[in-house]
Design a protein around this ligand. Structure first.
Ligand code: HEC
Length: 272
């Protein structure tokens, strides 16, 4: 014979089971559309809705096109790069740029931006020397553009860096260029100028630390024997930059390239 206690327990258990089952069922039958699957709800039976005309998705309005592209429409009809940043440069911006540069650019361009980073030392095509005359005279948005679209052998960094970060890196490149081309005239009057060589000695750094930055003999430089085969404007690199020595920057030696395509077979003369 069931006791009142047992009856109460059975009722609670039944109610609990119904409650749990109800929850499960609700989770199974979610009111949602599955991608690419049809529906009876809309007259065209498509669950994916076309974009509403003349609207922009929230957060997708790219009003400042210079900020996103790095180019402006020039009067001549061509897009032009500009030597300006779309937002004010602060120390925070430069520090952010330095941090991102050291992560993403130094493997090829090195920390000082001379284009002889660790990957280049192991055989990658020498990256641009950001401190040479050509790169220094480029407008700042050129760097943004290169990071956004890539350049020759260099991949683009648009997936890794947001537009704001790309501009910060571009700003930092300017600071780097100044640091690598500074003269004693740039130092505030009265400030003591210390030579890199003396600093290196004082810190016990190896001899040659302050000397020219050379690629190891084992590095494979990818300069094409014929400059016209290279990426425009990049080969031979570092013209006239005494701080950087690049083995292949001189005129190429006689061609001993075994990978050269064989000469085309000579067609037999007709009539012989
Ligand atoms: C994987 C190697 C690699 C990385 C990483 C890399 N670059 Fe480059 N970069 C190159 C190479 C190689 C070139 C020269 C292109 C050529 O000659 O084909 C170059 C050229 C450039 C140039 C010169 C373009 C010109 O007009 O002469 C700029 C500016 C530049 N890189 C900026 C950057 C910045 C900024 C980053 C970091 C976001 C970066 N690079 C990361 C390999 C790299």
């Amino acid at each position: 014979m069931p006791t009142p206690f047992k009856t109460a327990a059975a009722v609670i258990l039944a109610a609990g089971t119904m409650f749990v089952a109800g929850c499960r069922q609700d989770m199974h039958n979610q009111p949602k559309f599955i991608p690419q699957r049809g529906t009876e709800f809309f007259t065209d039976h498509r669950s994916s809705r076309p974009q509403v005309e003349n609207t922009v998705a929230r957060g997708g309005l790219k009003e400042d096109s210079y900020f996103y592209t790095g180019v402006v429409q020039g009067a001549n009809g061509y897009r032009e790069e500009k030597d300006m940043l779309p937002f004010p440069v602060t120390l925070t911006v430069l520090k952010k740029g330095q941090e991102r540069f050291n992560i993403y650019c130094t493997p090829c361009h090195s920390r000082v931006g001379n284009g002889l980073g660790a990957i280049v030392q192991r055989g990658y095509k020498p990256a641009g020397n950001l401190n040479d005359q050509v790169r220094r005279s480029q407008p700042i948005s050129h760097y943004f553009y290169v990071m956004t679209h890539g350049y020759g052998a260099m991949p683009d960094y648009s997936a890794q860096l947001t537009p704001e970060e790309r501009w910060s890196v571009a700003a930092y490149i300017r600071a780097l260029q100044l640091s690598q081309n500074a003269t004693t005239a740039d130092v505030a009057t009265g400030a003591k100028v210390e030579q890199l060589k003396e600093l290196a000695t004082a810190k016990g750094l190896p001899e040659g630390f302050a000397g020219p930055w050379e690629l190891p003999a084992t590095a494979i430089t990818a300069y094409p024997a014929n400059a016209s085969e290279g990426t425009p404007g990049m080969a031979p690199a570092y013209p006239g930059d005494p701080k950087v020595f690049v083995p292949h920057s001189a005129a190429p030696a006689a061609k001993t390239n075994s990978s050269k395509l064989p000469d085309a077979p000579v067609a037999p003369k007709a009539g012989n």
